[in-house]
Ligand binder design. Structure first.
Ligand SMILES: Nc1ncnc2c1ncn2[C@@H]1O[C@H](COP(=O)(O)OP(=O)(O)O)[C@@H](O)[C@H]1O
Ligand SMILES: [Mg+2]
Length: 634
C-alpha cells in the first residue's frame, strides 16, 4: 500500500502539471534555452520513443523499451515504425507520407497506436516533451509561427531553428486586431496533449461513406455566429474542431483507413504532403501532425490492386505488422490479456498457456522448405532453442525461404476467447492444457470463420501441440516422483561401488540383512553398465577406471558421488528412471491403490503443488492424464 502511495507521489513529481503562461517574448527565451521545445510532431514522437530507452542486441538490432511492456515478439516491425519516425524527425521526405500499418486481425496494430497516443500524453507532461501553444488557439498553434517570414532566415542562422508554419486564420486575426501586430505581446501557454480533451491527438473512424461529413476532419462553419461577424469567411465564424485541427502538433489516428471514402483520403494526403488542411473556406491552414493509419490485409490488398488509388500508394509508408512467431512471447501476450479479464481468481495450470501458444504459432508458420526441418523444430528454433540438425545461425536462411509468414493463422484474440469461454463455466476453477486444446478444437467447429481445409490442418496441429504436451506432462510426473532422487542415486552408487570393489579384489560382500557372505552381484553391475553401452569384454577396464577415480577423489580429500563420473552418472539416472517407470505406472494406474501407493500419490501431488505451481485439481488431472498415456504404451 505504502509503496503505491510513494509511486503516485513520485509520478506527480515528474509529471507536475507545470502550468505556464507568458508572452511570446518570455517563450522565446525558453526556446533559446531548450531548443527541443521547437521540435515538430514527428521529432517529438521519435524523441518520446528514444527517451524511454533503446537496447542494441548482439546482431545490432534495436529494441525499444517504449513498446516492451505491451508488445511482444514483433520487434522487427516495430523497428521499421521507429525508422519512419527517425527519418521524418531528421527532416527526410518520408515525414510527408502517411504511415500505414497493415496485417492480419489482432496482430497488435491498434495496440501500437494506442501506445503512441498514451505515450504522447505522458510525454507532454515531462520537461523533454513539453508543448507550448498560442493561448486560446483551437489548433494550439506553435508560437514560433508568429515569427514573420522576413525574419525567419536570420532566426534560423542565429538559433538553428527552422520555422515553416503559418499562423492559422484565427491567430492571424487576433494578432492584427487584439495585439496590433505586436508579436511579443501574444499570450503563450503550456498545453497538455489529451485525446479526451481533444488536444494534440485526433482519431477518425470511417462510418457510412455516404453520410459521413468531411467536417469531422476539417471543422465547419458555425452558422449561429455568421450573423455576428457578417461574413462566412470570418475565421471567428468557423469551428476549427475537426480531428485534423485537433491533432495539430501531435498525431492523428486513422482507423480502418481504407474503408473511408476517397474524399477523406485526399484531405488526409494533402495534410501529409503539404502540411495543409483544405477547407474551401480559407486559404490552406497549416498543420503539423503525424498521420498513422491502420487497416487489415484484405482491404490493403484491394487498395493496392485498385488502379484509381495509385496516386495514393507512393504517398504512404506501409509497414507490415504480422503475428508474433515466438512461443515464449505468445505466452506473455496471453498472460497480459488474461490480466485484463476478471477471471484472475481462476487457476491456469502449468504449461496450459504454453501448449495453446505452441498451437497458435504452429498455425502461423509456413511449411519448412529445408530437408530435415519439421514444423515443430522450426517453432523451437524461432524461440531461441537449438534443435537436432539446426542452430540459431541457420535462422536467417530459413526465414528467407518464407513468403508471408506471420500473416495467417490463429490470432491471440481467438485463443483468449476460447480460454475465456471455458473459464466461464460455472464449476470451473482451473483450466489445464487439455481443456484449452479442447476449447480451441470446439471453437474451430462452432465458429464459421474457418474454411474446411484450414480446419483440417488446424486439427492436425492441435494433435501436434498435444504430443508436445505429452512429453511435458510425463516429465513433470517423473520429476515429482523423484523427490529424493539424490538420496536414491547415492544409495545406488554406493551399492555399485561395493560390488565393484569386491569384484576387483576377488572378495565377498556381507549381506546387510542375513549377515551371510555373498559373491558380488554381477547382474546389478551389468545392468548399470549396459545402460551406457559398456560391452562384456570392456567391463573390467570400466570398473578399474571407476575405481581409480574413487581412489583419486579419496586422496584429494574429495567426496566421490554419483555426479563425479559422467558415464556413471548417466547410467544411474537411466537406471532410476527405468525402475521408476514401472512404479509410476503401477502407482498411478492402480485401480484400488494400497496404502503405500496412496501415500506416494499424495506426496507426488504435494510436490507438484509446492514445486511446480499446480493446484490440487490440475495435479490430479495430470496424474490421470499421464496414467492414460502410460496405459497406451504397450
Ligand atoms: N505481438 C503482440 N504483443 C502483445 N499484445 C498483442 C500482440 N499482438 C496482439 N496483441 C494483443 O491482442 C489484442 C488485439 O490486438 P489489436 O491491437 O486490437 O489488433 P489489430 O488492431 O491489429 O487488429 C490486443 O489486446 C493486443 O494488445
Ligand atoms: Mg485494430
Amino acid at each position: 500500500m505504502a509503496s503505491i502511495l510513494e509511486k503516485i507521489a513520485a509520478h506527480l513529481q515528474t509529471h507536475r502539471m507545470a502550468a505556464w503562461e507568458g508572452t511570446f517574448r518570455d517563450y522565446l527565451s525558453l526556446v533559446l534555452q531548450q531548443p527541443t521545445l521547437a521540435q515538430r510532431a514527428h521529432a517529438r514522437l521519435y524523441s518520446m520513443i528514444h527517451t524511454a530507452g533503446v537496447r542494441v542486441d548482439e546482431a545490432g538490432k534495436e529494441h525499444y523499451a517504449f513498446f516492451e511492456r505491451d508488445l511482444f515478439g514483433i520487434d522487427e516491425p516495430l523497428a521499421k515504425v521507429v525508422e519512419y519516425f527517425k527519418a521524418a524527425a531528421l527532416g527526410s521526405d518520408v515525414g510527408r507520407r502517411i504511415l500505414l500499418l497493415y496485417g492480419p486481425p489482432s496482430s497488435g496494430k491498434s495496440q501500437l497506436v494506442i501506445l503512441l497516443k498514451r505515450g504522447l500524453e505522458e510525454f507532454a507532461h515531462t520537461d523533454a516533451g513539453a508543448v507550448y501553444a498560442i493561448a486560446d488557439c483551437p489548433q494550439h498553434e506553435d508560437p514560433l509561427n508568429l515569427v514573420p517570414h522576413a525574419l525567419r532566415r536570420e532566426f534560423q542562422e542565429e538559433t538553428g531553428i527552422h520555422i515553416e508554419g503559418e499562423l492559422c486564420p484565427l491567430c492571424a486575426l487576433t494578432l492584427r486586431e487584439k495585439y496590433q501586430g505586436d508579436i511579443y505581446k501574444v499570450l503563450v501557454r503550456r498545453v497538455f496533449f489529451s485525446e479526451k480533451e481533444r488536444c494534440g491527438i485526433g482519431t477518425f473512424v470511417p462510418s457510412d461513406p455516404k453520410s459521413q461529413d468531411i467536417a469531422e476532419l476539417v471543422g465547419s462553419i458555425d452558422l449561429s455566429t455568421i450573423g455576428d461577424y457578417g461574413s462566412e469567411s470570418d475565421p471567428r465564424a468557423y469551428r476549427f474542431d475537426g480531428e485534423l485541427n485537433v491533432a495539430n502538433r501531435g498525431m492523428m489516428e486513422f482507423i480502418e483507413m481504407l474503408k473511408a471514402d476517397e474524399r477523406f483520403l485526399y484531405v488526409l494526403l494533402t495534410l501529409a504532403q503539404e502540411k495543409n488542411i483544405k477547407t474551401g473556406r480559407f486559404p490552406l491552414i497549416y498543420a503539423d501532425e503525424c498521420v498513422i493509419a491502420h487497416t487489415n490485409e484484405t482491404e490493403f490488398n484491394e487498395f493496392l490492386a485498385d488502379k484509381k488509388s495509385e496516386a495514393l500508394h507512393d504517398r504512404m509508408i506501409m509497414v507490415r505488422i504480422p503475428y508474433n512467431l515466438k512461443v515464449s512471447q505468445e505466452e506473455r501476450i496471453y498472460e497480459k490479456l488474461l490480466r485484463q479479464t476478471n477471471m484472475q481468481h481462476l487457476h491456469i495450470a502449468p504449461h496450459a498457456l504454453r501448449v495453446a501458444a505452441i498451437f497458435a504459432i504452429l498455425s502461423r508458420l509456413e511449411e519448412p522448405k529445408t530437408a530435415g526441418l519439421t514444423l515443430l523444430k522450426k517453432l523451437k528454433l524461432y524461440d531461441g532453442e537449438d534443435v537436432e540438425g539446426f542452430r540459431q545461425k541457420d535462422l536467417k536462411l530459413i526465414q528467407e525461404q518464407t513468403e508471408r509468414e506471420g500473416m495467417d493463422g490463429i490470432s491471440p484474440r481467438f485463443i483468449i476467447n476460447r480460454i475465456s469461454s471455458s473459464l466461464i463455466k460455472p464449476d470451473a476453477r482451473c483450466i489445464n492444457p487439455i481443456d484449452i486444446l479442447r476449447a480451441i478444437r470446439d471453437g474451430m467447429e462452432s465458429q464459421g470463420q474457418f474454411k474446411k481445409a484450414d480446419r483440417e490442418r488446424y486439427h492436425q496441429l492441435i494433435a501436434e501441440a498435444r504430443r508436445e504436451y505429452d512429453e511435458i506432462a510425463r516429465n513433470d510426473v517423473q520429476k515429482a516422483f523423484f523427490v529424493s532422487f539424490e538420496q536414491e542415486a547415492s544409495t545406488l552408487v554406493d551399492n555399485y561401488l561395493d560390488n565393484v570393489e569386491a569384484y576387483l579384489d576377488h572378495t565377498k560382500l556381507t549381506d546387510p540383512i542375513t549377515g551371510e557372505e555373498v559373491p558380488p552381484d554381477e547382474k546389478l553391475m551389468r545392468s548399470l553398465e549396459q545402460k551406457v553401452h559398456v560391452p562384456e569384454h570392456g567391463k573390467d577396464s570400466f570398473r578399474n577406471e571407476i575405481f581409480r577415480k574413487v581412489a583419486m577423489a579419496h586422496r584429494h580429500g574429495e567426496k566421490f558421488d554419483y555426479t563425479t563420473h559422467e558415464k556413471l552418472k548417466e547410467a544411474i539416472e537411466k537406471q532410476l528412471f527405468e525402475e521408476r517407470r514401472d512404479t509410476i505406472k503401477l502407482t498411478i494406474s492402480a485401480r484400488s491403490p494400497d496404502t503405500e501407493q496412496v501415500r506416494k500419490l499424495n506426496d507426488v501431488v504435494e510436490t507438484l503443488i509446492a514445486r511446480e505451481g499446480y493446484c490440487s485439481e490440475c495435479a490430479n488431472e495430470l496424474l490421470k492424464y499421464v496414467s492414460s498415456l502410460l496405459a497406451r504404451e504397450k
